[in-house]
Design a protein around this ligand. Structure first.
Ligand code: CP
Ligand code: NVA
Length: 306
């Protein structure tokens, strides 16, 4: 049996993604009823970048699944001093049931997965944030009963991990994914093509636009993210380019009447989103943050049972 990993959104087929999301909904209803890690088995959760939500939700989630979360900060491990990823992978697999890792380059997590027989989960890389998108899709299903056929517009830095994961994960869920971003902040063309190929199979679609109002027109879900991701600099230049893409009341007026607003958090009020929108009635961000727990528990359960 080959080990299943979750390194990017399209590592799950449309049917598999739906299975995980259904399990996530069931696990939210019966929070302590699933114990795949009883023993306890240990899950290594490694962080090379800061985190609040991901750290808490994996620690709490592994515990609720009957397991032991082992949280390791990259700087405190020997990988931080140059031990090869492949050697770390071989050591971890002898003692852990799964490896969760937040790191920089996607090639690092690909190397970890290639070097181990236990499931590896991407807890954010520079390229993707697939666990976040599972939580977002769970939130959309709760609010609309489905993801299929809905328009999801992401406005802001269209070249970051969240934009790329919305393209791939949203297309997998049969959504119409629009990115609204200025020149220089448009998504990676290869990822856009990959998402288009998935959308052609699921009945969804993907498009990158530069006009924010056109991107938001009629959308059911409006999402944004920080304009300065971890590890990036050039804040002033980024703020100047992205200010027309701020999620505010004026932009939201173009969306569907029952639209919801998502933000993976942490949010910077007054930059990518205004306080009245983030803290207002259309915002679903606190459910979204909670759903990290349920979606990741479902993912881990699914991975270790496959
Ligand atoms: N959304 C998210 O991944 O948050 P953290 O960086 O706090 O984990
Ligand atoms: N794009 C952001 C997401 C944070 C959860 C970053 O990478 O910093």
């Amino acid at each position: 049996m080959t080990t299943r990993h979750f390194l990017k959104d399209d590592d799950l087929s449309p049917a598999e993604q739906a299975e995980v999301l259904e399990l996530a909904a069931a696990m939210k209803k019966d929070r302590y009823g699933y114990r795949p890690f009883e023993g306890p088995k240990t899950v290594a959760v490694l962080f090379d970048k800061p985190s609040t939500r991901t750290r808490v939700s994996f620690a709490v989630g592994v515990g609720e699944l009957g397991g032991l979360p082992l949280i390791i900060d990259g700087g405190a491990s020997q990988m931080g001093r140059g031990e090869p990823i492949e050697d770390s992978a071989r050591v971890l697999e002898r003692q852990c049931a799964a490896i969760v890792w937040r790191t920089a380059g996607q090639e690092r997590i690909e190397a970890m997965a290639a070097g181990t027989t236990v499931p590896v989960v991407n807890a954010l890389t520079d390229e993707y944030h697939p666990c976040q998108i599972l939580a977002d899709l769970q939130t959309v299903r709760e609010r609309f009963g489905t993801t299929k056929g809905l328009i999801l517009t992401y406005v802001g830095d269209g070249a970051n991990n969240m934009a790329h994961s919305y393209l791939l994960g949203g297309a997998t869920a049969g959504m119409h994914v629009r990115i609204g971003a200025p020149n220089g902040y448009q998504p990676d063309a290869v990822i856009l093509d990959r998402a288009a190929a998935i959308a052609a199979r699921t009945g969804g679609s993907v498009i990158a636009l530069s006009d924010p109002a056109a991107a938001v027109q009629g959308a059911h879900v409006i999402a944004t993210d920080t304009w300065v991701s971890m590890g990036q600099d050039g804040k002033d230049e980024r703020v100047a380019a992205l200010m027309p893409y701020q999620v505010n009341a004026e932009l939201l007026a173009h969306a569907a009447g029952d639209a919801i607003v998502l933000h993976c958090l942490p949010a910077y009020r007054g930059y990518e989103i205004t306080a009245d929108v983030l803290d207002g009635p259309k915002s679903a961000v606190w459910d979204q943050a909670e759903n990290r727990l349920h979606a990741q528990k479902a993912l881990l359960h699914w991975l270790v049972n496959n």
